[in-house]
Design a protein around this ligand. Sequence first.
Ligand code: GLN
Length: 485
Amino acid sequence: MSEWWSVVETARRIADGEVTAFRVVEDMLVRITRVDRDLGAYLEIDGDGARTAANEIDRKRKAGEKLGPLAGVPIALKDNLVTKGIVTTAGSKILAGWVPPYEGTAVEKLRAAGAVILGKTNLDEFGMGSSTERSAFKKTKNPWDSSRVPGGSSGGSAAAVAAGLCAASLGTDTGGSIRQPAAFSGVVGIKPTYGRVSRWGVVAFASSLDQVGPLARTVGDAALILQTICGHDPRDATSLDVPVPDFSAALAAGARGLRVGLPKEYFAGELEEHVRAALDRTIAALRDQGAEIVEVSLPHTHLALPAYYIVAPAEASSNLARYDGIRYGLRVEAPDLLTQYSKTRGAGFGPEVKRRIMLGTYALRSGYYDAYYKKAQQIRTLIKRDFDAAFESCDVLLTPTTPTTAFRFGAKATPLDMYLADVFTLSCNLAGLPGMSVPCGLTPEGLPVGAQLLGKPLDEVTLLRAGAAIEAAVGLGDRRPGGFA
Ligand code: GLN
């Protein structure tokens, strides 16, 4: 029963003594054992750690000690979030078996709020992918249709939430990796403003784009998790020292008077018929609730994908230089150091990661820096200015999160086909804005569709307000995936 409770409900029932944290965690672990063999959402389950944490919550409650807002709530973490004492692989063989000696800030904050960490979820290697098929370890299925991918790279985190294998989870989003799997798996996902959540203890992919955020079954749950993980952290030089608003207070405001911008470039191209229909219903529902719908233009949208695939691989090639077979995980012994480096990296990285390292290294070569990296950074500025201009006539932007619903395993034959799965989510990261995906209905085939909301910098409050309005009007309600019930 408790497996499907929301974060808010779980915390309340435990705080009220209706159920123990231990019972909630134990039931969840039983369910994971039953369901996840087939679903494949988790890479690592920390049953002992979860039971110990739950017992501690129960002890505190009995002793009358103050409980945190997430006391006893079972949470899953994408496996590129560093967890002290729990293996962290980032979905890569090069980190297989690595047990971090420290805890990432977002994880630390969750634990401090009383959350119980269940384990680590599957992802595309180092977050490079859109389907979780690029994990070095296993496939994760989409709970709504097991012949399809859950999206990626936070596919394990999305599938675990959708299938009731945790109350909520954390993912990371560099170019769409929270929002796209949220859309494919029928859950809520938020990529906060760049700098809102500390990147300390996040396995770095592209440091100017990476952000941690929540995946949850309701907008209210996502708001509560977001509240917990935000805030300034001196250990991350890009962390913003700004006040964190009360996110949950934003939820009830409704859509009346909200100016919702529809960027025409996101509705012009090839949109799957049922995605378009779901968005049309969403727009109509917002209008009915008193929102003002305005058309806007983001004229440099077509440059987001090429710019992203310079910036992200360039930063990745530099960040991934640290995997040298000396400091972390895998080491392939060789008679000399250079051979050891190349053998370790040759054996440890998968093909997509190698492709990114080569693309990035090429783009950063001396003499080519201006032609590629610098130009891509200039495009970032143009994209940012497009958003600034659009936000003069609206409060929030609404787009489809993805051009299609979840695709089948193996459907994306070329790297470019896969890259195109994120065509609507990349601009948000390039501009550093907050973005969110909210379920906005199912197709006749029973596949979820996601509506994407993009906000002004630091305006997560308006995203949550609009997201709650969409959820109330066209959300999934109590509909759950049938396959893994
Ligand atoms: N799919 C995009 C990529 O492969 C984005 C991934 C992400 O956000 N981590 O780079």
